[in-house]
Design a protein around this ligand. Sequence first.
Ligand code: PXG
Length: 290
Amino acid sequence: MALVYINGEFFPPEEAKISVFDHGFLYGDGVFEGIRVYNGRVFKLDEHLQRLYRGAKAIMLKVPQTPEQLKQTVLGCVSRSGLRDPYIRLVISRGKGDLGLDPNKCSDGAGLIIIVDKIALYPRSIYEEGLRMITVMTRRNLHTATNPAIKSLNYLNNIIARLEVSQAGYMEGLMLNQEGYAAEATGDNIFIYRDGRLITPPVNVGILQGITRDVVIDLARQMGLETREERFTLYDIYTADECFLTGTAAEIVPVVELDGRQIGDGRPGEKTRQLTARFHEITQSEGMAL
Ligand code: PXG
């Protein structure tokens, strides 16, 4: 059953509540993670926790547990839920403060929330037929503002982009950085396969360093595919042989059209399908058992 852990206590989802004075709610002041469990094994838990602690460090937020304690807490929550394939949403909020920005007024310390529930982002047909996508006007924010490397509770940059996507009648959109290079989709990283090479934007383009992105880079190299982290433009995507998105919730999603241009032959590509097959194999066999 879905459950919510809040600072040491468990609640059914409909009874899980936090204060309206929580700065996570008032200002988006906090960090989060989205983690998947496959057949009772938590996939890449250490990597997700490392990113969470790094984001927290960057915003000077003290996580109320050590990494080892938090790992045990997460595993305990999943066990207790009895769910074999849930999605875990881990949230560290600055906690309860007053009606001013000052995080130092959040005197009770950070709040730890773990939601264990189901997630399904795209219908099955998208994985079989591929996703049609547009490029949005909203640019990914600069690393000199809120660095996209921080998976912060303030997702307004991506939400504004996501609104453009739905207004236009699509399901996902590509965000460019301020220089016009491809950055990432609103909730997934992007890869293209072009001239016999797999390419994904480097982290310094201003993106979230996705855990799935790192897994796919490793798998591609193991498969002997030349893989690079390099900047690319819309032209490179329009003229690519294949394109796909990666994310914990989305997994690997083939992209078959961008801004009205068909990518490759308009069907999920061969490398995309091979990588997806390998990805499904390792999600079932690797991961931390409960
Ligand atoms: N870029 C952005 C902006 C993301 O939010 C990814 C890339 C993929 O990263 P991972 O580590 O998952 O491979 C994300 C992923 C949610 C939720 O509600 C989270 C994301 C996307 C969609 C929904 O938990 N983050």
